[in-house]
Structures are given as structure tokens and as C-alpha cells.
Design a protein around this ligand. Structure first.
Ligand code: NAD
Length: 472
């Protein structure tokens, strides 16, 4: 049983003022595995005050010193990879291959930010002006549960690279991962107050950070609904805001695609992170003329996909993170059936042989129209919708007919053709015949998938503001 009863403020592990006890679960067994004492709004204010005190000195640190700090943070988090991996599997239920990637990603983002910072030029000329990119101030960083350690480290890395100090509000459901990351970050020996980590509820700690006049920047990853409320709250003091929100990403299978490649790619894109991924390719657009062929191949492929014990290396879909998330996914499967979509695979209930645990059957619907609820709303579970299209223009029209615009996938035998389609998709990132991640590239959403970009130079500049000095 893990008992987490401290938060991290001003370089020290301290007992929170908040006293609420929140239970932590293993989603594969539904057992309570620990509890965390949650911070409250007063703790959030103490964390902001510490970050504010640390900002003047930290914002003036030489670039090379911050590069060195990021490299120390990277080494410290990398040294905890195994502990973090265990926590990710136990507390979040990630299958082992995904869990290993997530544990490594948490440290990699710190190294990537160090590399970006090393190459970055903070001053430049613009006509007669000298333009300097200056850190914004105290940054409030709010993260979700579906990749908690990676989001903490990624947002913190960009903020520190810029010279901002930070208050982090991680997901309350990921407190074991947060503790491991916090202990690692603490060991790197940064000045007190440069980063503070306060685990608490969103509507108390998150809201207090979003409203605080001494917070200059908010970087939030989570649902579109909460993102909008943060934007409204932050508007009162004109905070700079980066929002990474939901998605309903299309996987466009062009009519020349080799289905032996496209089907596994579409399933991996759709079921990644057990379907709990903002970038999951949940709408699979297939040419009407080849629909039956695609359906047959996908049914065969889904039969080989294991949803179950995350510690079994054959598993590619682990449990949903919580009972609430499991019930949400079940509700969407029922809505899909009720609205007349045709179940090709999966359906309601748990997979065979899983009496407990928040497991979902890998589910694929066909006969879906883009107007159906399961094609419009983010489900955040392993539930995919196949939508047939007439021709390429129709496919692009369907792909763009969504309030979201985070990511898209295009599969084709002809890369030039796929690139031409990618150019017409309204999404922040388009992957052509690949699932590869590029840490140097900006990441973020068009439309209601968000505002701003993370990673690379764009991610660094999201924590900076330009100042022009024009001298006689
Ligand atoms: P959520 O929006 O409920 O919570 C995200 C974070 O915000 C949590 O830390 C939560 O405590 C906090 N929060 C909640 N209410 C708040 C408030 N009023 N003020 C301030 N903070 C508040 O999302 P979730 O359920 O944790 O995560 C799932 C969602 O995250 C999905 O919609 C998914 O698409 C999205 N997501 C987006 C990305 C991306 O990069 N675009 C990545 C992962 C997840």
C-alpha cells in the first residue's frame, strides 16, 4: 500500500494544508493500491509564491547553465526508469511495451529540450531593433492521467529551458508516478522554488493556479471542456495559454493502399495507449469500393489483439484507467449500436476471461456515418469507427468535418499522393504511412483540439515573449 502524504514546494517535500485522502487503484484488479493526501487552493498559492520568489534569479541564469540543469534532470529521471515503468503499469495499466516507452519518454523529453535550448538564439535583429526573447514568468502546468510522467517532464522541460519557474498540477489519479518523478527531479538539485509539484483536484488546485494573478502562463493538457474553462479563467489576467486538448483523428486509407500495411497501422493508431490517446486514429476512412476487403482484414486482425493483463507481453490493450472511464466507453459502445452502426468486432462488456478489471473488448464498428455520435465525440477507449467514402475529395471532406484537428494518418502506396492529401487536412500533425514520433516537430491542435504548440523550438517559444529595443 503506497501512502503519499507530501507535496513539493520550494525545494522540499512538505505536508499539504489540504487534508482530503484520495484512493489510488490498480485498474487491472480494481484493488486499492494506495492513497494520496491532496493539496488544496492554499497549497497552490504557496507553490505560486515559491515560484514567484525563484523567478528573478532563475530567469537570468545563463543558457548553458539551464542546458546543464536539463541534462541533470534527464539523468535523474532516466535513472528511475524501472521504478517509473512499474508504477505506470500498476497505477495506469499500460501494457508493458507501452509502459516501457512511456517511462523512457519521461526522461527523453528533458534531453530533447536541452538539445533545443543549446541551439536556440534568444536575441536577433529586426530592422533597427534588437529583439530579445524573454521568459514569461511563473508557469502553471496542468496534466492528465494518460501519460502523466511524460507530460510533467515535457512541460517542465520547456518552461525551464525558457527560464520560467513552474507550478505543476498533475492528475490526482497518477500520484505514484508523480512521486517517483518528483523524487528524481529533486535529486537534480535545482534552486528551491524553480519547480513545485502540487497534486490535488482540478477544480480546487487547478482552478487556483489558473486564476492566480502571479501566474503568467498556463500550459494544459486534458479535455476540451476543461481547456475552455481554463482559457476563460486565464483571460481575466490575460495569461498566455497553451492548450493540448482532445481529438477525433481520421486515418485515411487511400484506394491504392496495401491493406496488409494499412490495417495494422490503422489498428495501432486507433488502439494506441489502450485507446486512451488524444491522437488515436478513431475514424478509419475506407474507400467504398474496397470496404468489404478492408472489413474482412480488420476482423481477422482484431481477433489477434489481446485486451487484458497489462503485464502479459502479448497484451496490447490494457484496462481503462478508472471505473468512470470504463463506464464512459461502455456507454459509447451502446450508443453506437443504438444509432445503427454495425459491430464488426468487440462490443459491450469485458473480454472473455476477465471477470474483474476495467477491461474493454477491442471494438470496431462499420457502417458508421460521420454524423453519428461515435464519429463525432472523443470516446477515449479502444472503440473505432469505419466510415466509407466515395472518392478522395469525399474522404478529405469527412476527415475535416469535425470540431477537432489534432492529428491525422494517411495510408497510400504513393507517397506524393498521400502528401497531397496531408496538405489538405486540418490537423496539427499528419503521419503518412508511419506512426513515428518526431520530437523536434511542433505538436498541437487545429480548431478545438487546442491552442499553441509543444515540443521543439515552438514549444520553447510558448514560454517566451519578444521584447524589441530600438536605440538611437
Ligand atoms: P481533464 O480535462 O478532466 O483533466 C486534465 C487535468 O486538468 C487534470 O489534472 C485535472 O485535475 C485538471 N482539471 C480538471 N478540472 C479543472 C479546472 N476546472 N481547472 C483547472 N484544472 C482542472 O482530462 P483527463 O480526463 O485527465 O484526460 C483526458 C483528456 O485529455 C482527453 O479529452 C484527451 O483527449 C485529453 N488529452 C489531450 C492530449 C493532447 O496533447 N492534446 C494528450 C492527452 C490527453
Amino acid at each position: 500500500m503506497q501512502v503519499i502524504d507530501t507535496i513539493y514546494i520550494d525545494g522540499a517535500f512538505v505536508t499539504p494544508h489540504g487534508s482530503e485522502r484520495f484512493e489510488l487503484f490498480n485498474p487491472a484488479t480494481e484493488q486499492v493500491i494506495g492513497h494520496v493526501r491532496l493539496a488544496d487552493a492554499e497549497d497552490a498559492r504557496a507553490a505560486v509564491a515559491a515560484a514567484k520568489r525563484a523567478f528573478p534569479a532563475f530567469s537570468r541564469t545563463p543558457q548553458h547553465e539551464r542546458v546543464a540543469m536539463l541534462r541533470r534532470l534527464h539523468a535523474a529521471v532516466a535513472a528511475r526508469e524501472d521504478a517509473l515503468f512499474d508504477a505506470i503499469v500498476e497505477e495506469y495499466g499500460a501494457p508493458v511495451s507501452r509502459g516501457r516507452w512511456m517511462a523512457q519518454h519521461a526522461s527523453n523529453v528533458l534531453r530533447d529540450a536541452a538539445d533545443v535550448l543549446e541551439q536556440y538564439t534568444f536575441t536577433r535583429r529586426a530592422g533597427t531593433a534588437q529583439v530579445t526573447m524573454q521568459p514569461l514568468g511563473v508557469a502553471g502546468l496542468i496534466t492528465p492521467w494518460n501519460s502523466n510522467a511524460g507530460f510533467i517532464c515535457g512541460k517542465l522541460a520547456a518552461a525551464l529551458a525558457a527560464g520560467c519557474t513552474a507550478v505543476i498540477k498533475p492528475s490526482e489519479m497518477s500520484a505514484i508516478q508523480t512521486r517517483i518523478v518528483t523524487e528524481a527531479l529533486h535529486e537534480a538539485g535545482l534552486p528551491p522554488g524553480v519547480f513545485n509539484i502540487v497534486t490535488g483536484r482540478g477544480d480546487t488546485v487547478g482552478a487556483a493556479i489558473s486564476a492566480h494573478p502571479d501566474v503568467a502562463k498556463l500550459s494544459f493538457t486534458g479535455s476540451t471542456a476543461v481547456g475552455k474553462s481554463i482559457l476563460r479563467t486565464g483571460a481575466e489576467t490575460l495569461k498566455r495559454v497553451t492548450l493540448e486538448l482532445g481529438g477525433k483523428s481520421p486515418t485515411i486509407v487511400l484506394d491504392d493502399a496495401d491493406f496488409d500495411l494499412a490495417v495494422p497501422l490503422a489498428l495501432q493508431a486507433g488502439f494506441m495507449n489502450s485507446g486512451q490517446a488524444c491522437i488515436a486514429g478513431t475514424r478509419i476512412l475506407v474507400p467504398q469500393a474496397r470496404l468489404a476487403e478492408f472489413e474482412a482484414k480488420i476482423v481477422e486482425a482484431v481477433a489477434g489483439i489481446q485486451s487484458g493483463d497489462p503485464r502479459d507481453p502479448r497484451t496490447s490493450i490494457g484496462p481503462m484507467v478508472s471505473r468512470k472511464q470504463w463506464e464512459r466507453v461502455q456507454r459509447y459502445i451502446r450508443v453506437g449500436i443504438d444509432e445503427g452502426a454495425r459491430l464488426l468486432a468487440g462490443g459491450e462488456g469485458r473480454p472473455d476471461g476477465a471477470p474483474t478489471g476495467w477491461f474493454v473488448r477491442p471494438t470496431v464498428f462499420s457502417g458508421v456515418t460521420n454524423a453519428m455520435t461515435i464519429a463525432r465525440e472523443e470516446i477515449f477507449g479502444p472503440v473505432l469507427a469505419i466510415i466509407a467514402y466515395r472518392d478522395t475529395d469525399h474522404a478529405i471532406e469527412i476527415a475535416n468535418d469535425t470540431p477537432y484537428g489534432l492529428q491525422a494518418y494517411v495510408c497510400s502506396a504513393d507517397t506524393a499522393r498521400a502528401n497531397a492529401v496531408a496538405a489538405r487536412i486540418e490537423a496539427g500533425r499528419v503521419l503518412v504511412n508511419t506512426l513515428a514520433h518526431e520530437p523536434a516537430a511542433p505538436f498541437g491542435g487545429f480548431k478545438q483540439s487546442g491552442i499553441g504548440r509543444e515540443y521543439g523550438v515552438a514549444g520553447l517559444e510558448a514560454f517566451l515573449e519578444a521584447k524589441a529595443v530600438i536605440a538611437a
